[in-house]
Design a protein around this ligand. Structure first.
Ligand SMILES: CC(C)(COP(=O)(O)OP(=O)(O)OC[C@H]1O[C@@H](n2cnc3c(N)ncnc32)[C@H](O)[C@@H]1OP(=O)(O)O)[C@@H](O)C(=O)NCCC(=O)NCCS
Length: 147
């Protein structure tokens, strides 16, 4: 298993992960945002295929994680954690010290992953998600406070 920066060659496989994971998936075209300045992303390759990915937008020292998705057949094998750690490493390299994300309040697996990696719940965005409508928990990780 290896974590590499996302490239144009991964976008088709990542769009497929999006479709398999979310009710409102990002298209391949939307995902190409992750290749531009002000964004970054990583993919996890195992057995020669993309099994997981994560993306983030950043400005100054803040990064906003847009999504993390693991192939449905490959969950609970550590790939989500590896992708999250890869995103944090890449963000740190780019000078980010604060990471934020939104997650459905019912997504207890993802919330457990984020909490285990040091994120805390900082607030709630009412009715943030559609299809189905649901609140988002806003989670933060502040590296300056940790080190
Ligand atoms: C959430 C998601 C990214 C987790 O990825 P994963 O590869 O399955 O998670 P990992 O195997 O790396 O798990 C790491 C830790 O997170 C926690 N965790 C992950 N999934 C969990 C679940 N379903 N229930 C409870 N805890 C969970 C556990 O603490 C786990 O450690 P453990 O296996 O030693 O107990 C994956 O389930 C996924 O792609 N879900 C659909 C898309 C999604 O919801 N993305 C997040 C949007 S904000």
């Amino acid at each position: 298993m290896k974590i590499v920066k996302i490239g144009a060659e991964h976008l088709g496989a990542v769009a497929e992960l999006e479709r398999r994971s979310f009710s409102e998936p990002w298209s391949e075209r939307a995902l190409s945002l992750l290749l531009t300045d002000g964004a970054f992303g990583v993919v996890c390759i195992a057995e020669d295929r993309v099994v997981a990915y994560g993306g983030a937008l950043h400005a100054l020292d803040e990064a906003q994680i847009t999504n993390i998705a693991v192939h449905p057949d490959k969950r609970r094998m550590g790939y989500g954690r590896a992708v999250l750690r890869g995103l944090l490493e890449e963000g740190k390299r780019q000078g980010c010290t604060q990471f934020s994300l939104e997650v459905r309040v019912s997504n207890l697996g993802a919330i457990a992953l984020y909490e285990r990696e040091g994120f805390f719940r900082a607030g709630l965005r009412k009715g943030f998600y559609r299809d189905p409508r649901e609140d988002a928990a806003v989670m933060l990780l502040c590296l300056e406070n940790k080190e």
